[in-house]
Design a protein around this ligand. Structure first.
Ligand code: FES
Length: 118
C-alpha cells in the first residue's frame, strides 16, 4: 500500500451531518462528507461538467451504497469507491480520511522514497 501524507483539513464540527465541505489538499480539491457517523473523501471535481462542485452535492443511498449526486447534472458517485453509478467507466479519485481529537485529516499518497512529515 502506498504511504500516505496526512494533511489536517478542518474540525469535525465544521462539517454538518449529511453535508460536505471542500478543502484544497496538496493542490487537489477534495470533497469531504460526513454521513451517519462516517467520513468520506473524494475528488471535488465533477468529470461530467468539469466543475469543482461535488462537495455541494446531495447525499443519498442506492441500496447499501452511500452516494453523492453532483449538484449540476445529478450524476451519482459511490462515496466509498468513487464509482459513477450509471457509468462504471467513470471513477473519481478517493482519499483516505480520518478524525482524531476532533480534527479531520486527509491522506494523500506519496512516492515511496519521499519522506513523510509527521
Ligand atoms: S449517473 Fe448518469 S452517467 Fe453517472
Amino acid at each position: 500500500m502506498a504511504k500516505l501524507r496526512w494533511v489536517r483539513v478542518c474540525y469535525l464540527e465544521d462539517i454538518l451531518e449529511g453535508t460536505g465541505v471542500c478543502a484544497k489538499v496538496e493542490g487537489e480539491q477534495v470533497a469531504i462528507f460526513r454521513l451517519e457517523g462516517q467520513l468520506y473523501a473524494l475528488s471535488n471535481h465533477d468529470p461530467f461538467t468539469r466543475a469543482n462542485v461535488l462537495s455541494r452535492g446531495l447525499l443519498g443511498n442506492h441500496g447499501e451504497r452511500r452516494t453523492v449526486a453532483s449538484p449540476l447534472l445529478k450524476h451519482r458517485f459511490d462515496l466509498r469507491s468513487g464509482e459513477c453509478l450509471d457509468d462504471p467507466q467513470v471513477r473519481l479519485p478517493t482519499y483516505a480520511v480520518r478524525c482524531e481529537e476532533g480534527e479531520v485529516w486527509v491522506g494523500v499518497p506519496v512516492e515511496e522514497d519521499e519522506p513523510v512529515s509527521i
